[in-house]
Design a binder for this molecule. Structure first.
Ligand SMILES: [Zn+2]
Length: 400
């Protein structure tokens, strides 16, 4: 058993701190949380947290470990020639990049993530490697390839198809690879030539076929949707999660509320005030496009939040210059659109677990998974503390 003493506990669901508690972990499970505990626990491994704060391990419902849209110039892997020719072994580079991103994310306190789309099924291999301990990373849930109506903007990320039978076939292909959710792109990527927010990429008939096929295998359907029609068609077809939710009107919000569907707001994807490293890496016209889309998205998410739409933390890390390992910044952005510290923390823990239907996760409670984050300060009062975690425990094991 691993015993954490002198801990101040935020359990992920109650807006309070349980003071001077002892958290007892039995293997990968939380055995007990004892308030005001002075028991000695001889013969057990005891860590004295000296008043530090403990929260459930954070959950990010949308990352891309295989992508790094704005890489660190000094550490860019040599996966193509100076003339722009991509090497035929490029997926090996993708895999090494993904290993580093998995580690960074875990060390930042994210003990569970959902990958919103891998590259050429490298995510399938990474999931296995993490599970077997070859690679240090969060509990990793995958989508395989995104189902798209158009060519994807990232090599190996999407699988094109059309028609209801095409959708069924593509979902089955993902099932073969053992994915955890089906990811569908229902609007064109931001920088597509001729992009229109008015167009739903797939028809209701196509989307419904995919949902039926995915649900028959008990998988959630997560849909990239920017624009009114893309959201409407997805929601009407009965999908489970809306990613981004850019430009939603009252009717969209109403539909989401009616069906109790979660939105994954990805407030950095894009941010109306892009971070300096993104501005430095992109042309002015791309930055203007990102800012404008970000502005529409934040307004849409703000309205949805005010109306009571359910939301779970999601960053889209890897895309639009969002750095892996900085996932917790999304909690601060959620605060900017109006959430309280408590609501942001819930979105990263218990609400994220509910959105993804993860059993026994996102809450610190007896019988739940022993995924924990250790923080220096009280996150209910000082939310910034989530961006520099003091320690991480995944599945009852201390992450170094
Ligand atoms: Zn994404």
């Amino acid at each position: 058993m691993l015993v954490l003493k002198n801990a101040n506990v935020f359990d992920g669901i109650n807006e309070k701190i349980v003071k001077n508690a002892t958290v007892v972990l039995d293997g990968a499970e939380i055995k007990e949380i004892i308030p005001n505990c002075n028991k000695a626990f001889e013969n057990e491994e005891v860590i004295d947290l000296k008043g530090k704060y403990v929260t459930p391990g954070f959950i990010d419902c949308h990352v891309h470990f295989m992508l790094d849209e704005v890489p660190d110039k000094e550490r860019m892997l040599n996966d193509h020639s100076a003339g722009g020719v991509i090497f035929s072994n490029v997926d090996s580079y993708v895999a090494f990049r993904a290993v580093e991103n998995a580690k960074k994310t875990l060390k930042a306190g994210f003990t569970t993530v959902v990958d919103g789309g891998g590259v050429d099924y490298v995510d399938v291999a990474l999931k296995d490697a993490i599970k077997l301990g070859y690679v240090e990373g969060p509990d990793y849930h995958i989508s395989g390839k995104q189902i798209t109506a158009w060519t994807s903007h990232f090599r190996g990320l999407g699988q094109e198809t059309y028609g209801p039978f095409g959708m069924r076939r593509m979902v089955r292909e993902q099932l073969y690879w053992g994915v955890d959710q089906i990811k569908i792109e229902n609007s064109a990527p931001i920088r597509s030539v001729g992009r229109s927010l008015a167009k739903s990429a797939f028809t209701l008939e196509e989307m419904s076929a995919a949902v039926d096929e995915a649900h028959s295998a008990d998988l959630l359907v997560s849909v990239h949707a920017r624009g009114i029609k893309p959201v409407e068609v997805a929601v009407e077809a009965g999908v489970d999660l809306i990613c981004h939710g850019t430009g939603m009107d009252e009717k969209c919000i109403e539909m989401l509320l009616d069906k109790g569907i979660y939105v994954l707001p990805t407030l950095a994807s894009p941010n109306p005030n892009p971070e300096p490293h993104i501005v430095a890496a992109k042309s002015t016209r791309v930055i203007e496009l990102l800012k404008e889309t970000g502005r529409i998205q934040w307004e849409s998410i703000r309205n949805a939040y005010k109306a009571g739409v359910k939301m779970a933390l999601s960053t889209d890390a890897g895309g639009v210059g969002i750095k892996h390992g900085e996932n917790a910044k999304e909690m601060l952005r959620m605060k900017e659109i109006g959430m309280s510290n408590f609501e942001s923390l819930k979105a990263a823990t218990s609400e994220a677990a509910k959105a993804m239907r993860f059993d026994k996760k996102g809450v610190l409670k007896e019988g739940y998974v022993a995924d924990l984050v250790i923080l220096n300060d009280n996150p209910l009062e000082n939310l910034e503390t989530v961006c520099s975690v003091a320690g991480v425990i995944k599945g009852g094991k201390v992450v170094n």
